[in-house]
Design a protein around this ligand. Structure first.
Ligand code: GP9
Ligand code: MN
Length: 626
């Protein structure tokens, strides 16, 4: 033993102890969901890789300093882990730099610190004690390597890190660009690398913000006010129709328009939504496009509530959650609405807990508010039927009028549904994804039908308007062959763009002039439209979208990849299509899209600059007059 100890340097011992300790803490003290053996392996691998990264630096130091360095880094590393655990016990989330500076979070924690402390937390410091003990002179566990040895020891760091990155990328493609969820990041790259990532993001965001000044916002204000119609349009019969009513907004996961009226072996996929579309108390926009990018659902939430474009890279919910916004919940709060979100997933997914706080939501009913059992959950978690059923009691407790956003989950890739819960056959094509897509869509259609009934039974329905919106596509272009088979035509860029249409339905109990509208609109138009229905004038607001019920609308709906749709044209993949035929414009007319293309890129730049520079902090939304 004596001999082996002497020959195993302390930085290796510390790596093993610290790595294994961190794994045990992840596995048994945090509540991380491990779904497969690969995730389990990554969870073990990443703390060892991170520990090696930190401790191997010591080989470049003088022997005396090596011991000092190892003592303090194990202690600091363990403290970081410990503080995250305490934070996690309170918020089911990991510490981020902005959160550290949010007064209310810190206050919450100090108040409950003792109750969050557990006896077993001592374990987190067990290896620290051992490393401190072994670092004493008499054990002499220092290393004295020649230069080549030092380089080799450092090279191992890069091998381990590269291994970790590759494994994480296999497990969660685009993890670093899209971020998704802090829990995913921690599971895949470990808590220490996660903090490095967080710090890098923070520095980048801060730098862009620091260089921004107030001058650009006036230019954007002028542009927006010149290009927006009179959004209030008080003469429209719909102006204020929903005044003082509750707004129940349902973001329907992955729902695309092609599902309407579709059938599999003679059974309809969306019988409830088809009926709703036909009924006079519902206004349906059949040319409504989602405009999301990498932030998927979070982008759709962001666009809808801010009337800004999402970023081309990452999710604004992650990258700019601390910005100044003039979001719908904040506006409605000022108008006396109680605002809430219902979504039965991890609160930190898409950084929602942080963003919702910033945009003024009063409550967030996340997965912890629901009873999730093996019988009522599959795929991504709680099934939509149980989700709605369990939500009604919370809805009843809201002060009226309220604005409540529901985000469904069942109809999410990979569209899994236990066979006994399926009331429609699978489609038959080479795409497993498309085949299953109809089953979960039908399930969600049934869940929505039940929800309407539950709202009626609870006495909420009559005083509410219910808005249903598809958040983004569910079938990506990867499945174009199967999609083409289903549609009976090739999926060219024109069809592909048309597939980005998602349902947008405004259901107003008692209204009799509803029907299907064919105007070209998008998610960016939702905020001004809802404010119009609610009779709320936001004269000082800066929005890229327009009220869908106003006479004059902006000429285009732009998608984040640069495609756009106007009443006459559809531009995608550098081709200008005639919207009435779906054919590319003839050569002599092919330039028709050019001016709009320039306008689209100018507009997206403006929107990006608002976000990157946090420009709304220089703008007074309470000014009057347009
Ligand atoms: C996660 C859910 C799905 O909470 O909203 O997100 P998505 O993957 O569609 O962006
Ligand atoms: Mn989604």
């Amino acid at each position: 033993m004596q001999w082996r100890m002497k020959n195993m340097p302390l930085f290796i011992i510390a790596t093993l102890l610290f790595g294994l300790k961190t794994y045990v803490v992840y596995r048994f003290m945090f509540d991380l969901s491990i779904e497969n053996p690969m995730q389990e392996f990554i969870l073990l691998f990443n703390p060892i890789a991170s520990a090696y990264l930190i401790f191997a630096i010591s080989v470049w130091m003088k022997p005396k300093n090596q011991m000092k360095y190892l003592r303090w880094t194990t202690l600091i590393g363990s403290l970081v882990l410990f503080l995250n655990l305490i934070f996690y016990r309170n918020f089911t989330d990991f510490i981020t730099i902005p959160v550290l500076f949010q007064g209310n979070n810190a206050a919450d924690l100090t108040g409950s610190f003792l109750t969050l402390l557990h006896m077993e937390d001592i374990f987190i410091f067990a290896d620290v004690a051992l490393v401190w003990y072994l670092s004493r002179k008499k054990f002499d566990l220092t290393v004295k390597l020649p230069k080549r040895g030092k380089i080799a020891a450092t090279a191992v760091t890069f091998l381990l890190l590269a291994g970790n990155v590759v494994l994480a990328e296999i497990e969660r493609p685009m993890l670093f660009v899209r971020a998704f969820d802090r829990e995913y990041l921690v599971k895949n790259i470990g808590i220490y690398n996660y903090h490095l990532y967080d710090a890098t993001m923070q520095t980048k965001t801060k730098a862009q913000r620091v260089f921004a000044d107030g001058s650009e916002i006036s230019e954007i204000e002028t542009y927006l006010k010149e290009n927006s119609p009179d959004q209030t349009n008080k003469d429209s019969e719909l102006y204020g129709i929903a005044e003082d009513k509750n707004v129940i907004f349902v973001s329907v996961e992955s729902f695309q328009n092609f599902l309407f009226d579709s059938e599999i072996n003679g059974i309809g996929t969306t019988p409830f939504l088809n009926d709703l579309k036909q009924s006079k108390d519902t206004i349906t926009f059949e040319n409504f496009y989602h405009q999301t990018a990498q932030g998927k659902t979070s982008d759709s939430e962001f666009i809808v509530e801010n009337s800004l474009y999402p970023l081309g890279r990452g999710s604004v919910y992650f990258t700019h959650a601390g910005n100044e916004y003039n979001a719908l919940p904040e506006i409605l709060n000022e108008e006396g609405y109680e605002t809430s979100v219902f979504h039965a997933n991890n609160a930190s997914f898409w950084n929602r807990d942080v963003m919702y706080d910033n945009v003024g939501y009063d409550q967030f009913y996340d997965e912890k508010s629901y009873e999730v059992t093996p019988e009522n959950s599959f795929g991504w978690g709680l099934e939509d039927k149980a989700f709605f059923e369990q939500s009604v009691k919370y809805l009843q407790s809201q002060e009226k009028p309220f604005y409540s956003k529901f985000i469904t989950l069942t109809h999410h890739f990979p569209f899994e549904l236990p066979e006994e819960k399926a009331n429609i056959d699978k489609y038959d094509s080479n795409s497993k994804t498309l085949n299953s897509y109809f089953q979960t869509a039908r399930y969600t259609d049934e869940a929505l039908e039940q929800f309407f009934q539950q709202l009626k039974d609870a006495g909420i329905y009559e005083d509410s308007i219910i808005v249903l919106m598809g958040d983004h596509y569910g079938i990506s272009d990867f499945h174009n062959k199967a999609m083409g088979q289903f549609l009976g035509k090739d999926v060219d860029p024109y069809v592909q763009t048309q597939l980005q249409r998602v349902p947008f339905m405004i259901h107003i109990p008692g209204y009799e002039n509803g029907g299907v509208q064919d105007k070209v609109v998008g998610q960016i138009d939702v905020k001004p439209t809802l404010l119009h229905l609610l009779g709320i004038e936001e004269n000082g607001d800066l929005t890229f979208g327009d009220n869908m019920f106003a006479e004059k609308n902006k000429d285009f709906v732009a998608l984040r990849d640069g495609s756009f749709i106007t009443e006459d044209y559809l531009y995608s993949n550098e081709t200008c299509y005639d919207r009435s035929t779906g054919e590319p414009l003839p050569e002599e007319n092919a330039e028709a899209c050019q001016p709009i293309k320039e306008e689209v890129s100018k507009e997206m730049n403006y929107s990006d600059n608002i976000i990157y520079g946090d420009l709304f902090r220089f703008y007074d939304f309470n000014q009057t007059g347009k």
